[in-house]
Ligand binder design. Structure first.
Ligand SMILES: Cc1ncc(COP(=O)(O)O)c(C=O)c1O
Length: 397
Protein backbone atom coordinates (compact mmCIF):
# COMPACT_ATOMS: atom_id res chain seq x y z
CA UNK A 1 0.00 0.00 0.00
CA UNK A 2 1.48 3.39 -1.00
CA UNK A 3 1.67 6.27 1.56
CA UNK A 4 -1.29 8.16 0.08
CA UNK A 5 -3.53 5.13 0.32
CA UNK A 6 -2.21 4.46 3.84
CA UNK A 7 -3.60 7.88 4.90
CA UNK A 8 -7.01 7.19 3.37
CA UNK A 9 -7.12 3.67 4.81
CA UNK A 10 -7.25 5.08 8.33
CA UNK A 11 -10.59 6.76 7.64
CA UNK A 12 -13.92 4.97 7.99
CA UNK A 13 -16.23 5.39 4.97
CA UNK A 14 -19.82 4.95 6.08
CA UNK A 15 -22.65 4.34 3.65
CA UNK A 16 -24.97 6.58 5.67
CA UNK A 17 -23.97 9.82 7.37
CA UNK A 18 -25.94 12.46 9.22
CA UNK A 19 -27.30 15.53 7.47
CA UNK A 20 -28.46 17.09 10.76
CA UNK A 21 -25.73 19.55 11.79
CA UNK A 22 -24.61 20.85 15.19
CA UNK A 23 -26.21 24.17 14.20
CA UNK A 24 -29.53 22.40 13.57
CA UNK A 25 -29.37 20.75 17.01
CA UNK A 26 -28.60 24.08 18.72
CA UNK A 27 -31.49 25.77 16.91
CA UNK A 28 -33.76 22.90 17.88
CA UNK A 29 -32.75 23.16 21.55
CA UNK A 30 -33.55 26.91 21.57
CA UNK A 31 -36.94 26.15 20.02
CA UNK A 32 -37.64 23.38 22.54
CA UNK A 33 -36.93 25.80 25.39
CA UNK A 34 -40.04 27.71 24.28
CA UNK A 35 -42.13 24.64 25.09
CA UNK A 36 -43.75 24.56 21.63
CA UNK A 37 -46.37 22.10 20.58
CA UNK A 38 -44.45 18.99 19.46
CA UNK A 39 -47.18 16.93 17.83
CA UNK A 40 -48.34 17.63 14.26
CA UNK A 41 -49.40 21.27 13.88
CA UNK A 42 -48.17 24.51 12.23
CA UNK A 43 -44.54 23.46 11.62
CA UNK A 44 -45.78 20.40 9.72
CA UNK A 45 -47.99 22.57 7.48
CA UNK A 46 -45.11 24.99 6.87
CA UNK A 47 -42.71 22.16 5.99
CA UNK A 48 -45.31 20.72 3.60
CA UNK A 49 -45.69 24.12 1.90
CA UNK A 50 -41.93 24.56 1.62
CA UNK A 51 -41.56 21.04 0.20
CA UNK A 52 -44.34 21.55 -2.37
CA UNK A 53 -42.61 24.73 -3.53
CA UNK A 54 -39.24 22.97 -3.77
CA UNK A 55 -40.71 20.06 -5.75
CA UNK A 56 -43.10 22.10 -7.87
CA UNK A 57 -46.34 20.34 -6.89
CA UNK A 58 -49.59 21.62 -5.39
CA UNK A 59 -49.86 19.42 -2.30
CA UNK A 60 -47.57 17.55 0.08
CA UNK A 61 -48.44 15.44 3.12
CA UNK A 62 -45.70 14.81 5.68
CA UNK A 63 -45.78 11.47 7.54
CA UNK A 64 -43.58 9.30 9.73
CA UNK A 65 -41.56 7.39 7.08
CA UNK A 66 -41.04 6.78 3.39
CA UNK A 67 -42.72 3.40 3.87
CA UNK A 68 -45.77 5.13 5.34
CA UNK A 69 -45.71 7.50 2.37
CA UNK A 70 -45.93 4.47 0.05
CA UNK A 71 -48.70 2.97 2.18
CA UNK A 72 -50.66 6.23 1.99
CA UNK A 73 -50.33 6.39 -1.81
CA UNK A 74 -51.94 2.96 -2.25
CA UNK A 75 -54.55 3.69 0.44
CA UNK A 76 -55.48 7.04 -1.14
CA UNK A 77 -56.03 5.40 -4.54
CA UNK A 78 -58.22 2.79 -2.83
CA UNK A 79 -60.31 5.10 -0.66
CA UNK A 80 -60.84 7.66 -3.45
CA UNK A 81 -62.03 4.88 -5.76
CA UNK A 82 -59.20 5.57 -8.21
CA UNK A 83 -57.42 2.23 -7.90
CA UNK A 84 -59.64 0.69 -10.60
CA UNK A 85 -59.19 -3.05 -10.88
CA UNK A 86 -56.47 -3.00 -8.18
CA UNK A 87 -53.95 -4.61 -10.47
CA UNK A 88 -50.54 -3.00 -10.03
CA UNK A 89 -47.20 -3.37 -11.77
CA UNK A 90 -44.38 -3.21 -9.22
CA UNK A 91 -40.61 -3.01 -9.74
CA UNK A 92 -38.31 -5.94 -9.01
CA UNK A 93 -35.55 -3.59 -7.89
CA UNK A 94 -36.65 -1.18 -5.19
CA UNK A 95 -37.75 -1.63 -1.60
CA UNK A 96 -40.11 -4.07 0.12
CA UNK A 97 -42.48 -1.27 1.15
CA UNK A 98 -42.82 -0.20 -2.49
CA UNK A 99 -44.62 -3.51 -2.98
CA UNK A 100 -45.96 -4.54 0.46
CA UNK A 101 -49.12 -2.35 0.46
CA UNK A 102 -50.32 -4.14 -2.69
CA UNK A 103 -50.26 -7.40 -0.73
CA UNK A 104 -51.61 -5.84 2.48
CA UNK A 105 -54.58 -4.28 0.62
CA UNK A 106 -55.36 -7.39 -1.41
CA UNK A 107 -54.36 -5.94 -4.77
CA UNK A 108 -52.92 -8.06 -7.56
CA UNK A 109 -49.24 -7.20 -8.11
CA UNK A 110 -47.20 -8.18 -11.18
CA UNK A 111 -43.44 -7.75 -11.03
CA UNK A 112 -41.46 -5.93 -13.71
CA UNK A 113 -37.85 -6.53 -14.83
CA UNK A 114 -35.21 -3.87 -14.18
CA UNK A 115 -34.02 -1.76 -17.14
CA UNK A 116 -30.38 -2.51 -18.06
CA UNK A 117 -29.53 1.20 -18.39
CA UNK A 118 -31.46 3.00 -15.61
CA UNK A 119 -32.22 -0.03 -13.37
CA UNK A 120 -35.82 1.30 -13.15
CA UNK A 121 -38.81 -0.29 -14.91
CA UNK A 122 -37.84 -2.16 -18.08
CA UNK A 123 -40.01 -0.65 -20.82
CA UNK A 124 -40.37 -3.77 -22.96
CA UNK A 125 -41.45 -5.87 -19.98
CA UNK A 126 -43.74 -3.09 -18.79
CA UNK A 127 -45.40 -3.04 -22.22
CA UNK A 128 -45.81 -6.83 -22.16
CA UNK A 129 -47.46 -6.67 -18.73
CA UNK A 130 -49.76 -3.84 -19.85
CA UNK A 131 -50.70 -5.76 -23.00
CA UNK A 132 -51.41 -9.00 -21.16
CA UNK A 133 -54.53 -7.67 -19.43
CA UNK A 134 -55.86 -4.36 -18.11
CA UNK A 135 -53.70 -2.95 -15.31
CA UNK A 136 -54.93 0.22 -13.61
CA UNK A 137 -51.87 1.05 -11.46
CA UNK A 138 -48.10 1.22 -11.79
CA UNK A 139 -45.55 2.04 -9.12
CA UNK A 140 -41.96 2.77 -10.12
CA UNK A 141 -38.76 3.43 -8.18
CA UNK A 142 -36.13 5.89 -9.37
CA UNK A 143 -33.46 3.43 -8.28
CA UNK A 144 -30.81 5.14 -6.18
CA UNK A 145 -31.58 8.50 -7.73
CA UNK A 146 -31.34 7.42 -11.38
CA UNK A 147 -34.51 8.67 -13.08
CA UNK A 148 -36.60 6.03 -14.85
CA UNK A 149 -37.33 6.39 -18.60
CA UNK A 150 -40.06 8.90 -17.78
CA UNK A 151 -41.02 10.06 -21.27
CA UNK A 152 -41.65 6.48 -22.36
CA UNK A 153 -43.54 5.67 -19.13
CA UNK A 154 -45.69 8.82 -19.42
CA UNK A 155 -46.47 7.94 -23.04
CA UNK A 156 -47.56 4.47 -21.92
CA UNK A 157 -49.66 6.07 -19.18
CA UNK A 158 -51.50 8.14 -21.81
CA UNK A 159 -52.08 5.03 -23.91
CA UNK A 160 -53.17 2.65 -21.14
CA UNK A 161 -54.60 5.13 -18.59
CA UNK A 162 -53.04 3.70 -15.41
CA UNK A 163 -52.44 5.65 -12.21
CA UNK A 164 -48.73 6.24 -11.70
CA UNK A 165 -46.99 6.30 -8.31
CA UNK A 166 -43.35 7.43 -8.18
CA UNK A 167 -41.25 6.10 -5.30
CA UNK A 168 -38.52 8.74 -4.96
CA UNK A 169 -37.49 7.68 -1.46
CA UNK A 170 -33.81 7.71 -2.43
CA UNK A 171 -33.90 10.16 -5.33
CA UNK A 172 -34.40 13.69 -3.96
CA UNK A 173 -33.34 16.25 -6.55
CA UNK A 174 -32.82 13.81 -9.46
CA UNK A 175 -33.91 15.28 -12.78
CA UNK A 176 -35.71 13.78 -15.75
CA UNK A 177 -35.32 16.15 -18.73
CA UNK A 178 -35.22 19.07 -16.26
CA UNK A 179 -38.27 17.88 -14.28
CA UNK A 180 -37.73 16.91 -10.65
CA UNK A 181 -38.56 13.26 -10.01
CA UNK A 182 -41.73 13.10 -7.93
CA UNK A 183 -43.46 15.81 -9.94
CA UNK A 184 -44.64 13.67 -12.88
CA UNK A 185 -46.81 10.84 -11.51
CA UNK A 186 -50.26 11.00 -9.91
CA UNK A 187 -48.49 10.78 -6.55
CA UNK A 188 -44.92 10.44 -5.33
CA UNK A 189 -43.17 9.46 -2.12
CA UNK A 190 -39.95 10.57 -0.42
CA UNK A 191 -38.06 9.25 2.60
CA UNK A 192 -36.25 11.41 5.16
CA UNK A 193 -34.60 8.52 6.99
CA UNK A 194 -31.02 8.83 8.26
CA UNK A 195 -28.46 8.74 5.46
CA UNK A 196 -30.83 10.00 2.78
CA UNK A 197 -30.30 13.37 1.05
CA UNK A 198 -31.90 14.99 4.09
CA UNK A 199 -33.22 13.47 7.29
CA UNK A 200 -35.99 14.16 9.78
CA UNK A 201 -34.69 11.18 11.84
CA UNK A 202 -37.68 9.17 10.54
CA UNK A 203 -40.05 10.80 8.06
CA UNK A 204 -41.62 10.72 4.63
CA UNK A 205 -43.63 12.87 2.25
CA UNK A 206 -46.40 12.14 -0.25
CA UNK A 207 -46.88 14.66 -3.05
CA UNK A 208 -49.64 15.16 -5.61
CA UNK A 209 -51.36 17.70 -7.83
CA UNK A 210 -54.71 15.92 -7.42
CA UNK A 211 -56.87 17.69 -4.83
CA UNK A 212 -59.11 14.70 -4.21
CA UNK A 213 -56.14 12.41 -3.53
CA UNK A 214 -54.70 15.12 -1.28
CA UNK A 215 -57.87 15.15 0.82
CA UNK A 216 -57.79 11.37 1.15
CA UNK A 217 -54.11 11.45 2.15
CA UNK A 218 -54.90 13.97 4.90
CA UNK A 219 -57.70 11.80 6.29
CA UNK A 220 -55.84 8.49 5.99
CA UNK A 221 -52.79 9.87 7.79
CA UNK A 222 -54.87 10.63 10.91
CA UNK A 223 -57.26 7.81 11.78
CA UNK A 224 -59.59 8.59 8.87
CA UNK A 225 -61.09 11.70 10.45
CA UNK A 226 -61.57 14.81 8.40
CA UNK A 227 -60.61 17.56 10.80
CA UNK A 228 -57.23 17.99 9.05
CA UNK A 229 -58.96 18.83 5.76
CA UNK A 230 -59.08 22.42 4.49
CA UNK A 231 -62.03 24.18 6.22
CA UNK A 232 -64.32 24.35 3.17
CA UNK A 233 -63.89 20.63 2.41
CA UNK A 234 -64.38 19.73 6.09
CA UNK A 235 -67.63 21.74 6.23
CA UNK A 236 -68.81 20.26 2.93
CA UNK A 237 -68.31 16.71 4.17
CA UNK A 238 -69.99 17.34 7.52
CA UNK A 239 -72.95 18.81 5.69
CA UNK A 240 -73.01 15.89 3.25
CA UNK A 241 -73.26 13.38 6.12
CA UNK A 242 -75.47 15.64 8.26
CA UNK A 243 -73.07 15.52 11.21
CA UNK A 244 -73.67 17.91 14.12
CA UNK A 245 -70.73 20.14 15.13
CA UNK A 246 -70.10 18.37 18.45
CA UNK A 247 -69.52 15.05 16.65
CA UNK A 248 -67.79 16.37 13.56
CA UNK A 249 -64.14 16.50 14.79
CA UNK A 250 -64.36 12.83 15.69
CA UNK A 251 -66.25 11.57 12.68
CA UNK A 252 -64.33 8.98 10.73
CA UNK A 253 -64.90 9.14 6.97
CA UNK A 254 -62.41 6.51 5.79
CA UNK A 255 -60.70 3.61 7.61
CA UNK A 256 -57.38 5.31 8.31
CA UNK A 257 -54.03 4.89 10.06
CA UNK A 258 -51.98 6.94 12.42
CA UNK A 259 -48.81 7.64 10.46
CA UNK A 260 -48.49 11.27 11.52
CA UNK A 261 -45.18 13.04 11.84
CA UNK A 262 -44.36 15.45 14.68
CA UNK A 263 -43.78 19.18 14.54
CA UNK A 264 -40.40 18.33 16.06
CA UNK A 265 -39.46 16.35 12.95
CA UNK A 266 -41.03 18.97 10.66
CA UNK A 267 -38.73 21.61 12.22
CA UNK A 268 -35.73 19.39 11.50
CA UNK A 269 -36.88 19.07 7.89
CA UNK A 270 -37.46 22.80 7.47
CA UNK A 271 -33.93 23.54 8.69
CA UNK A 272 -32.36 21.21 6.13
CA UNK A 273 -34.47 21.94 3.08
CA UNK A 274 -32.49 25.09 2.17
CA UNK A 275 -29.35 22.91 2.06
CA UNK A 276 -30.88 20.10 0.00
CA UNK A 277 -29.89 21.40 -3.44
CA UNK A 278 -26.30 21.84 -2.34
CA UNK A 279 -26.14 18.35 -0.83
CA UNK A 280 -27.68 16.88 -3.99
CA UNK A 281 -25.15 18.65 -6.17
CA UNK A 282 -22.23 17.20 -4.17
CA UNK A 283 -23.78 13.74 -4.46
CA UNK A 284 -24.28 14.29 -8.21
CA UNK A 285 -20.64 15.30 -8.63
CA UNK A 286 -19.37 12.33 -6.58
CA UNK A 287 -21.61 9.99 -8.55
CA UNK A 288 -20.21 11.22 -11.86
CA UNK A 289 -16.66 10.68 -10.61
CA UNK A 290 -17.51 7.12 -9.56
CA UNK A 291 -18.91 6.52 -13.05
CA UNK A 292 -15.78 7.90 -14.69
CA UNK A 293 -13.35 5.91 -12.52
CA UNK A 294 -15.27 2.63 -12.59
CA UNK A 295 -16.21 2.73 -16.27
CA UNK A 296 -15.36 -0.63 -17.82
CA UNK A 297 -14.56 -2.14 -14.40
CA UNK A 298 -18.03 -2.80 -12.98
CA UNK A 299 -21.57 -2.31 -14.24
CA UNK A 300 -23.72 0.61 -13.00
CA UNK A 301 -26.86 2.55 -13.93
CA UNK A 302 -26.49 5.33 -16.48
CA UNK A 303 -29.10 8.03 -16.80
CA UNK A 304 -30.62 9.04 -20.11
CA UNK A 305 -29.09 11.98 -21.98
CA UNK A 306 -30.51 15.14 -20.37
CA UNK A 307 -31.31 13.45 -17.01
CA UNK A 308 -29.36 13.84 -13.75
CA UNK A 309 -28.64 11.25 -11.05
CA UNK A 310 -28.85 12.28 -7.37
CA UNK A 311 -27.88 9.18 -5.38
CA UNK A 312 -27.60 8.21 -1.72
CA UNK A 313 -25.12 5.41 -2.50
CA UNK A 314 -23.31 4.35 -5.64
CA UNK A 315 -24.84 1.06 -6.72
CA UNK A 316 -22.48 -1.18 -8.69
CA UNK A 317 -22.74 -4.67 -10.16
CA UNK A 318 -19.78 -7.05 -10.36
CA UNK A 319 -19.28 -9.55 -13.19
CA UNK A 320 -19.92 -12.56 -10.95
CA UNK A 321 -20.80 -13.42 -7.34
CA UNK A 322 -17.16 -14.48 -6.85
CA UNK A 323 -15.90 -11.13 -8.09
CA UNK A 324 -18.35 -9.40 -5.74
CA UNK A 325 -16.95 -11.45 -2.85
CA UNK A 326 -13.42 -10.25 -3.65
CA UNK A 327 -14.53 -6.63 -3.92
CA UNK A 328 -16.49 -6.79 -0.65
CA UNK A 329 -13.45 -8.29 1.19
CA UNK A 330 -11.22 -5.51 -0.11
CA UNK A 331 -13.75 -2.85 0.88
CA UNK A 332 -14.15 -4.25 4.40
CA UNK A 333 -10.38 -4.46 4.81
CA UNK A 334 -10.14 -0.77 3.93
CA UNK A 335 -12.91 0.41 6.30
CA UNK A 336 -15.28 1.06 3.43
CA UNK A 337 -18.87 0.25 4.29
CA UNK A 338 -20.78 -1.86 1.78
CA UNK A 339 -23.93 -3.99 1.52
CA UNK A 340 -26.15 -5.67 -1.07
CA UNK A 341 -27.66 -3.46 -3.79
CA UNK A 342 -30.86 -2.11 -2.13
CA UNK A 343 -32.82 -5.34 -1.66
CA UNK A 344 -31.49 -6.95 -4.83
CA UNK A 345 -34.36 -8.66 -6.69
CA UNK A 346 -37.49 -8.29 -4.52
CA UNK A 347 -38.91 -11.34 -6.29
CA UNK A 348 -36.28 -13.49 -4.57
CA UNK A 349 -37.42 -12.59 -1.03
CA UNK A 350 -39.75 -14.87 0.97
CA UNK A 351 -42.49 -12.19 1.24
CA UNK A 352 -42.83 -12.46 -2.56
CA UNK A 353 -41.91 -16.04 -3.53
CA UNK A 354 -44.00 -17.64 -0.80
CA UNK A 355 -47.06 -16.03 -2.44
CA UNK A 356 -46.27 -15.78 -6.15
CA UNK A 357 -43.19 -17.97 -6.73
CA UNK A 358 -39.71 -16.67 -7.52
CA UNK A 359 -39.56 -13.77 -9.96
CA UNK A 360 -36.56 -14.31 -12.18
CA UNK A 361 -35.32 -11.91 -14.86
CA UNK A 362 -31.76 -11.33 -16.14
CA UNK A 363 -31.07 -7.79 -14.90
CA UNK A 364 -32.90 -8.07 -11.56
CA UNK A 365 -31.08 -11.35 -10.90
CA UNK A 366 -27.71 -9.85 -11.81
CA UNK A 367 -28.33 -6.96 -9.40
CA UNK A 368 -29.37 -9.53 -6.77
CA UNK A 369 -26.35 -11.80 -6.99
CA UNK A 370 -23.62 -9.35 -8.04
CA UNK A 371 -24.75 -5.89 -6.83
CA UNK A 372 -23.15 -3.92 -4.01
CA UNK A 373 -23.10 -0.38 -2.63
CA UNK A 374 -20.27 2.12 -2.39
CA UNK A 375 -20.59 5.20 -0.14
CA UNK A 376 -21.76 8.48 -1.63
CA UNK A 377 -22.53 11.40 0.62
CA UNK A 378 -21.74 15.05 1.14
CA UNK A 379 -18.71 14.35 3.38
CA UNK A 380 -16.78 12.61 0.58
CA UNK A 381 -14.52 14.55 -1.75
CA UNK A 382 -12.64 13.66 -4.92
CA UNK A 383 -9.67 12.13 -3.06
CA UNK A 384 -11.96 9.87 -1.02
CA UNK A 385 -13.81 8.65 -4.10
CA UNK A 386 -10.50 8.04 -5.92
CA UNK A 387 -9.30 5.97 -2.96
CA UNK A 388 -12.51 3.89 -2.85
CA UNK A 389 -12.37 3.26 -6.62
CA UNK A 390 -8.71 2.32 -6.33
CA UNK A 391 -9.63 -0.32 -3.73
CA UNK A 392 -12.35 -1.69 -6.06
CA UNK A 393 -10.08 -1.74 -9.13
CA UNK A 394 -7.23 -3.47 -7.23
CA UNK A 395 -9.67 -6.16 -6.10
CA UNK A 396 -10.53 -6.86 -9.75
CA UNK A 397 -6.96 -7.71 -10.65
C1 LIG B 1 -36.94 3.06 -2.81
C2 LIG B 1 -37.31 3.11 -1.36
N1 LIG B 1 -38.61 3.10 -1.02
C3 LIG B 1 -39.00 3.16 0.26
C4 LIG B 1 -38.07 3.25 1.29
C5 LIG B 1 -38.54 3.29 2.69
O1 LIG B 1 -38.27 4.50 3.36
P1 LIG B 1 -38.24 4.56 4.95
O2 LIG B 1 -36.98 3.90 5.40
O3 LIG B 1 -38.27 6.02 5.29
O4 LIG B 1 -39.44 3.84 5.44
C6 LIG B 1 -36.71 3.25 0.98
C7 LIG B 1 -35.70 3.31 2.04
O5 LIG B 1 -34.55 3.54 1.81
C8 LIG B 1 -36.32 3.19 -0.38
O6 LIG B 1 -35.03 3.18 -0.75
Amino acid sequence: MDPINETFRSRRYDLAVDTITEGDINELIEWLKLYPRLTMADATRKFEEDWSKWLGVKYSVFCNSGSSANLLMYAALDSSGKSGNKKVIVPSVGWVTTVAPAIQFGWEPAMCESDAQTFGLDIEHLKTLLESGKVDNVILVHVLGTPCRMDEILTLQKKYGFKLMEDCCAAHGALSQGRKVGSMGDMSSFSFYYGHHMSTIEGGMVCTNDEELYHHLLMLRSHGWCKDLPKAEYDRRMQQYGIDPFHSPFTFVVPGFNVRPMDLTARIGMMQLPRLDNISSIRMKNHKLYQKLLDGQVEFARCLEGDAISSISFGAVAQSPEQRKNIVSALVENNIDTRIFSAGNLGRHPFWFERYGVFSAPMADRIHSCGFFLPNNQTLDEKNIRFICDVVCRALK
